[in-house]
Write a protein that binds this ligand. Sequence first.
Ligand code: HEC
Length: 197
Amino acid sequence: MKRVLLTAGVVILLGCASQQVQLSPEKQEKIKEIGEASSMKLLKTLKGELMAAMQKDGPVGAVEVCSNKAMALTKQIEIETSNQIKRTTFKYRNPNNAPDKYEAEALTYFEEALKKEGKLPPYYIQTVKENGKITYRYYKPLKVEGICLTCHGDKNLMDKQLVEKIDKLYPQDKAYGYKEGDFRGVVRVSIDGEKLR
Ligand code: HEC
């Protein structure tokens, strides 16, 4: 229950009308179920494609999967699940993945919880009300694993050709320098409020 913090404060800050809505346990359960299924579907698909490309073409070739294919695969899973999905983080590689205000609040929640409790909470739920429309947002945190360091680790220890390629594609990159176990960001699943009425 403690995890379900509502975004009324943020919404008021943005000048939109909002009330503190207390979600029923049933609704929370439903959001969790849909959010978990959609985010896992994306993560499994991306990881599968990434591993296959790393084996076939090596990390330099696999960059293509992340840069070209990740968006298309996300779109496809959005259609399959009929929920909007995004990966976002403060330290992003692609500026298109930068967080909006609500996402920034969720990222801060995970960062602070990790600092305080030494581990990441499993999820975070937000209620966002904009233009009279309610959307529930489910956030799943991502951790850096060993394999991720191939492309998100210490720049000086990484393959030179790979760094060259990443720097060319992402001149404003912020996604180097991670360590194993770091909080990498979130998968955000937006669920239309109408679905849960
Ligand atoms: C082969 C290189 C490569 C590997 C390995 C890799 N990534 Fe990435 N990652 C990228 C590239 C390139 C992007 C930019 C994608 C885009 O343009 O949307 C990216 C983007 C991301 C993003 C979206 C936010 C952002 O920074 O733009 C997340 C989250 C992410 N990676 C997490 C991971 C995690 C977790 C792992 C390990 C399981 C991992 N990555 C492994 C290359 C890689």
